[in-house]
Ligand binder design. Structure first.
Ligand SMILES: [Mn+2]
Length: 355
């Protein structure tokens, strides 16, 4: 594995490449062209400029999170083919620039969903949290308003104000889309992009739905082992793989995370490792990475990745906000650096005990 950190670009991130380099555990950067809208082509020049900036800091790009998918592709409507053509061109340009891993998601309307971005824990740190009760109380169109006040002046991925201004229309677009149709549209998209992925060895890594169940009546398909197996079999190519995000699959306590990892050998191209603490079945908060602080056995998760011979990038996922840092919720420097150190410590211990 390679330890990496997500970085949103110097224009958008409060964390600098210089700071990330000094974590030392981290050698790779997961990044994106953050101001690109879904459906837009990423030019080679833009990709190269980003790459050069990262490399000038002594790091390198280990993958892209994300190249977002236009809603016409997810719904199979309107200009789907045009947007897939654009996506293919972006993949080709990434391949030409020697970038071989792309994370994306196929979630309708909302990317990840949380109901609080700054829940205060007993130690005074703040974390992202979710309660089903709060979601059930909300009108979907007000979702953005309800959380935007806690974004610390940052733009959060998947919650871009431009997109959220059209939430009502987006819901209408998805009104006749059920799980079967969404699976069909994902298959259509994957079949069209696989040739370019094979040509340039680009590993596509779909991010699970977060939380791993339907919210606001919208269909969600990347939620459990059975559905991922279905997705991988329907387009049976090693380049069609997944991002194993413990914090997203883990929202459903029925998901056995180490077992899922073992069953996906060869198809996990990227891993997000993080812990969650459940206060009840539908009230959870993002804990520290430490096993003892949450519900997951982080040793077993990292061990499963080690056992399947995982060689891709891992990143610590959302961290708490600690030490008075002001940053994009979940994406401060300090707690993610602690997370990276913790995961690397587990990895070293496993590696040495297996020798
Ligand atoms: Mn994730």
């Amino acid at each position: 594995m390679e330890m990496t950190m997500r970085w949103y670009g110097s224009e958008f991130d409060t964390v600098t490449l210089k700071q990330i380099r000094q974590i030392r555990y981290v050698t790779g950067i997961i990044t994106t062209l953050y101001d690109k809208q879904p459906g837009e082509v990423w030019s080679r020049e833009e990709i190269r400029a980003l790459k050069e900036e990262v490399e000038a800091s002594g790091l390198h790009i280990s993958g892209i999170e994300s190249v977002n998918i236009h809603d016409d592709i997810k719904t199979g409507k309107g200009n789907r083919d045009l947007y897939i053509d654009n996506y293919i061109e972006t993949l080709r340009n990434l391949g030409e620039e020697d970038i071989h891993m792309v994370c994306y998601n196929f979630m309708p309307v909302f990317d990840w969903t949380r109901t609080e971005l700054a829940r205060v824990r007993p130690d005074g740190s703040t974390v992202l949290a979710y309660t089903q009760e709060a979601v059930d109380r909300l009108v979907p169109e007000k979702m953005f308003e309800s959380i935007s006040g806690e974004m610390n002046g940052t733009v959060m991925p998947g919650w871009e104000p431009e997109r959220m201004a059209h939430v009502k229309e987006l819901f209408e677009m998805y009104s006749d889309i059920d799980e079967e149709k969404l699976f069909g549209n994902l298959k259509y998209f994957l079949e069209r992009i696989m040739p370019v992925c094979n040509e340039y060895d680009i590993r596509m890594a779909i991010h699970p739905d977060d939380p791993a169940w339907s919210v606001f009546g919208l269909p969600r398909i990347i939620t459990n082992k059975e559905n991922i197996q279905r997705m991988m079999h329907m387009v049976d190519d090693a380049h069609n793989g997944i991002t194993f995000c413990s914090g997203s699959y883990g929202t459903n306590l029925n998901n056995d995370l180490p077992d899922m990892i073992r069953s996906l050998k060869g198809r996990i191209h990227f891993a997000h490792v993080r812990n969650l603490k459940f206060n009840s079945e539908d009230d959870f908060e993002e804990a520290t990475h430490l096993s003892a602080d949450g519900n997951f056995d982080m040793y077993e998760i990292v061990k499963a990745l080690y056992d399947i011979g995982f060689e891709g990038p891992i990143r610590p996922d959302h961290g708490r906000m600690i030490w008075d840092e002001v940053a994009m919720p979940g994406y401060g420097l300090y707690d993610r650096a602690l997370g990276a150190a913790y995961i690397c410590g587990l990895w070293e211990a496993i590696e040495k005990s297996e020798r």
